[in-house]
Design a protein. Structure first.
Length: 428
């Protein structure tokens, strides 16, 4: 039970942080671009708390998994008003409507009851209807540019006039706003990997100095000793331990010349790496380990964050390439169920492993969102590029059709991946 609680908390930390940071990127660039962010939510589901500032309503919601950003004018921003519904209006000092209440959970003192007949909260900014049930007279009110709309759940958000909508921002600003979410995921990964280095006591690097030689191993029998500096293997000269070790592993059962530096003397040894099965592959081993160095400088730690992020990025891109060139398989993808399983394993090894997983998944999410699929950030950026080439915006109806098709594709893919994950991790 205790392990399950730890896993759940770790999952919320990992998944919530990744999504929150992603959405915060969109939020930040939208605000700087003059796009109205109507709501910035932390969590999902029913609202627990709301606070308004500078035109944005900040909400805390019951499910602590990520969050979302509602930008004015985007398709995700649903219409709350319907013809024939009864709303309550509050007029400001200028005589214009300052608040429109559509919620049964909120009562406005001094509000004017209105059965809706017509409205335009985008361009002409008016609302009309029959006041207090009097159908003999149609009343029309001018709506303030920054008027509030009380939604069905009681959340107050600002209306979205056209000048503050997403499509009204310059093309470059829209493109940067779309890119900001994935960009934040890459930044989060760099920070996460740097934090891992801190938790591990610094950046650990394998040197080409031999830390130990196993008794009766190939290296021991050849005369190699701890403290020797490995400088050449089979004609390959380098100070990179990883490259030297790889050269040895690629020569199982093959006679190999090894050069070491012992104090100021260079010694040459002839040996044959022992053929050993590792993960189903035959590799060569000679029985030595590398001496580690630890660099605790801030520059090394930051550099480690960038280096690890770049290596993971290369690995993810290579995996995507294989999916395209060698065939697609659902086992190559993972959804929330797979993330939960990975988090459970990482939590077992401690905080550093959980943060390492956060960095890995953050890069995966960032790259996935940049794929040129409609409804993803990459698809939106592609539409921005097409608009730049054409010199004019795409037809809104056609863009909506493409976006809906993208959402449908992603929804079907999510269902298939989730079911596949359940079968892989829980039904076997």
């Amino acid at each position: 039970m205790g392990e399950m609680i730890v896993t759940i908390l770790a999952f919320v930390l990992v998944f919530g942080t990744i999504v929150f940071v992603h959405e915060f990127g969109h939020y930040t660039l939208a605000k700087r671009s003059g796009i109205l962010v109507r709501e910035f939510a932390i969590g999902m589901g029913p609202k627990l708390f709301a606070y308004r500032k500078s035109g944005t309503t900040y909400t805390l919601r019951i499910l602590p998994l990520g969050g979302y950003v509602r930008m004015a004018g985007l398709e995700e921003d649903s219409e709350e008003l319907k013809k024939g519904m009864v709303v309550s209006l509050i007029l400001g000092e200028n005589g214009k409507v300052s608040k429109i209440n559509t919620s049964q959970k909120v009562s406005l003192m001094g509000g004017i009851g209105l059965e809706l007949a017509d409205w335009d909260l985008v361009d002409e900014l008016y609302i009309s209807g029959y006041e207090n049930g009097n159908e003999d007279e149609l009343k029309c009110y001018e709506v303030d540019h920054d008027a509030l709309l009380v939604e069905h759940d009681g959340t107050e958000v600002q209306i979205a006039p056209r000048d503050v909508q997403f499509q009204s921002a310059p093309l470059v600003s829209r493109m940067l706003t779309n890119f900001a979410g994935p960009f934040n995921n890459f930044i989060l990964a760099i920070v996460a990997f740097a934090l891992v280095a801190v938790l591990q006591g610094g950046v650990k690097t394998m040197t080409n100095t031999i830390a130990s030689v196993q008794p009766n191993s190939v290296a021991h029998q050849a005369g190699i000793k701890a403290g020797d500096q490995l400088v050449e293997v089979a004609g390959v000269k380098t100070n990179d331990w990883t490259k030297l070790a790889q050269t040895i592993s690629e020569r199982p059962g093959k006679k190999t010349t090894v050069v070491v530096k012992r104090q100021s003397t260079r010694l040459k040894f002839e040996l044959t790496p022992k053929a050993t099965q590792v993960n189903g592959q035959k590799v060569g081993l000679i029985g030595i380990t590398s001496k580690l160095t630890v660099n605790r400088s801030p520059l090394a730690i930051i550099g480690y964050g960038f280096k690890e992020s770049w290596q993971v990025t290369i690995q993810v891109l290579a995996a995507l390439k294989n999916m395209v060139t060698k065939g697609f398989n659902l086992d190559q993808l993972g959804g929330p169920v797979a993330m939960y399983s990975f988090t459970s394993q990482a939590a077992h090894y401690g905080l550093a492993s959980v943060i390492m997983l956060l960095g890995l998944l953050s890069i995966n999410l960032g790259i996935f969102n940049l794929l040129p699929i409609p409804a993803l950030d990459g698809g939106k950026i592609l539409l921005n590029i097409i608009e730049a080439i054409r010199g004019k915006p795409l037809d809104p109806n056609k863009e909506m059709i493409v976006t809906v098709a993208g959402f449908a594709f992603l929804l079907i893919l999510m269902v298939l991946v989730t079911w596949n994950d359940i079968a892989r991790y829980f039904l076997h």
